[in-house]
Design a protein around this ligand. Structure first.
Ligand SMILES: Nc1ncnc2c1ncn2[C@@H]1O[C@H](COP(=O)(O)OP(=O)(O)OP(=O)(O)O)[C@@H](O)[C@H]1O
Ligand SMILES: [Mg+2]
Length: 382
């Protein structure tokens, strides 16, 4: 078993710095997700861990061994790609065992190429059978890829990685070719698989829902930099900057440009007709920003219709008049676009709300769950 450590890892392609001096310690048995928008450097980081891309500078350790100069096949890793090309003319068994068969012990002889590891037919068969059992592929071992569904093919690609019994799994968007339902199902299977095998995994995705549901921890990347690395709920509750706050959560957090104004002991986040009072704890952390422009953040799920019996009691400091602009029923909730001057808030309101398009309603913000950012540095004040 092995953890993975990245130290000041950088990769530049001519003028583009794809990965910019990242530091990350992935623990033994951990499921670490790298998430971020397209082009932020996720694949490049993963390919450097795999040894498929040479780093420009920095170090990579796998299980305490410095692997900067170790070739991919000797790093004890297995990689699963988005495009899991299977050999079309080979059966599932042969696809899964292909990598091992390349290193098969030759009949009656010693492997001629001085390879460190060779596998007997029995060993190959044991590994493939075990992996097929885990993945529910046993009845399909003799089929060809074209006789499988997309999800089954993806499982064969996983099987091919599992039979190598690697110290580390590297996965680059392995579910993105599957349809929505199958993606959710395979996601759950991958989580179970990880629990069962306990193999350190680095999983790349641009989908924050996938990241939130799968990761023990998540490293949020943008522009080649790790913005924050933490447990899913810590990222959700305490984003360290505007980027993470806007990236984690769906629908995304609402942001409102405000001025911090002192009113006696109280601090008000003031955007003209949109005014809210900061709770005491939060106010204490914002005192040195009085008079400055800040960005106030509130998640759609932390906005309530005052007409309903709410978890959060209405006070003058947390209640705002808004016009209902658009109403989109989602089932248990309604996504409501609320307008106040040129401020728009997206809210998730209980579908018991009678509010209709064109109504003017009062909404209650759960201020304890609100966020405040320095607009200039984009860093969270709390
Ligand atoms: N071989 C290359 N040559 C030049 N630039 C590259 C190369 N590979 C990647 N890049 C650039 O490096 C940056 C990071 O690319 P990377 O593929 O790591 O992004 P990503 O986060 O995996 O994005 P996606 O979600 O779209 O897969 C991008 O700006 C990309 O254009
Ligand atoms: Mg990529």
């Amino acid at each position: 078993m092995a953890g993975v450590v990245l130290k000041n890892l950088t990769k530049s392609f001519n003028k583009v710095t794809a990965v910019n001096s990242i530091n990350l310690e992935i623990l033994d048995k951990e499921f670490m997700v790298l998430v971020g928008p397209s082009g932020c450097g996720k694949t490049t980081a993963l390919r450097m861990i795999a040894g498929l891309e040479e780093s420009t500078s920095g170090d990579i350790l796998i299980g305490e061994r410095l692997v900067n100069d170790v070739s991919p096949k000797d790093r004890d890793i297995a990689m699963v790609f988005q495009n899991y090309a299977l050999y079309p003319h080979m059966s599932v068994f042969d696809n899964m065992s292909f990598g091992l068969r390349l290193k098969r012990t030759p009949a009656g002889g010693v492997w001629p190429f001085n390879s460190k590891k060779t596998f007997s037919n029995d060993e190959i068969s044991r590994r493939v059978t075990e992996a097929a059992e885990i993945l529910g592929l046993k009845p399909l071992l003799q089929r060809k890829p074209k006789e499988l569904s997309g999800g089954q093919r993806q499982r064969v690609a996983l099987g091919r990685a599992i039979v190598r019994e690697p110290k580390v799994f590297l996965m680059d968007e392995p579910l993105s070719n599957l349809d929505a339902k199958l993606r959710v199902q395979t996601r759950a299977e991958l989580i179970k698989l990880h629990r069962r095998l306990g193999i350190t995994t680095v999983y790349v995705t641009h989908d924050q829902v996938e990241a939130m549901t799968m990761g023990d921890r998540i490293a949020v990347m943008s522009n080649g930099i790790i913005q924050q690395c933490d447990k899913p709920l810590t990222l959700y509750n305490h984003p360290t900057n505007l980027f993470v706050a806007g990236f984690i959560g769906s629908p995304a957090m609402n942001f409102v440009k405000v001025k911090i104004v002192q009113d006696g002991d109280k601090l008000i986040a003031d955007a003209g007709s949109f005014k809210v009072e900061l709770p005491a704890d939060q106010a204490n952390r914002a005192r040195d920003h009085v008079g400055k422009e800040c960005t106030f953040g509130i998640r759609p799920e932390d906005i309530y219709d005052k007409q309903l019996i709410a978890l959060v009691p209405s006070t003058p400091g947390n209640t705002i008049k808004m016009d209902v602009d658009v109403v989109e029923p989602l089932g248990s909730d309604v996504e409501m676009y609320l307008k106040n001057g040129d401020i728009t808030l997206i809210s998730l309101i209980d579908s018991a709300s009678p509010a209709k398009m064109g109504d003017s309603i009062e909404v209650v913000l759960d201020m304890k769950k609100s966020h405040l950012f320095d607009t200039q540095t984009e860093q969270a004040l709390y």
